[in-house]
Ligand binder design. Structure first.
Ligand SMILES: [Fe+2]
Length: 137
């Protein structure tokens, strides 16, 4: 999937993370479309993606804490749910080696990411943008 300007929250650290997540997810998608999927490359990529996702979620949580913003609309629960579902899909893929598990993980990832950015992260950004100098560090 291509990054679209409409995904910008205008909080630079968040947008940079999201672009990085898009890049990682696109690489995973390409690997998942290989005629003969290369499991070790795929697993590596999933792990990089999961690691970066957790790192990014922690950053958002840190911003909420630092600027005293109460999480809205189950924002944190959404993050936890994502990690749970993605880890389960990853475990299924590793156990069964069925490329359909992998493809459903990729689909889930894209749907979740875009929806989450457009709703929860936009709401968070609206509040963060009220903080002086939010884009200056
Ligand atoms: Fe978020």
């Amino acid at each position: 999937m291509k990054w679209d300007e409409s995904y910008n929250t205008n909080v630079l650290v968040i947008d940079n993370d999201h672009k990085k997540l898009f890049e990682l997810a696109n690489k995973l998608e390409v690997l998942s479309e290989d005629e003969v999927p290369k499991a070790h490359l795929i697993n590596n990529q999933i792990e990089r993606l999961l690691d970066y996702t957790v790192y990014h979620f922690d950053r958002e949580k840190g911003l909420m804490t630092k600027h005293d913003i109460a999480p809205l609309n189950q924002h944190i629960d959404d993050h936890d749910e994502f990690v749970g579902v993605a880890k389960e899909a990853y475990a299924n893929w590793k156990r069964r080696g069925d490329v359909e598990d992998l493809k459903s993980l990729v689909r889930y990832l894209w749907n979740w990411l875009v929806e989450h950015i457009m709703e929860s992260d936009m709401e968070l950004a609206e509040r963060l943008l009220l903080v002086d100098g939010i884009n200056e560090t």
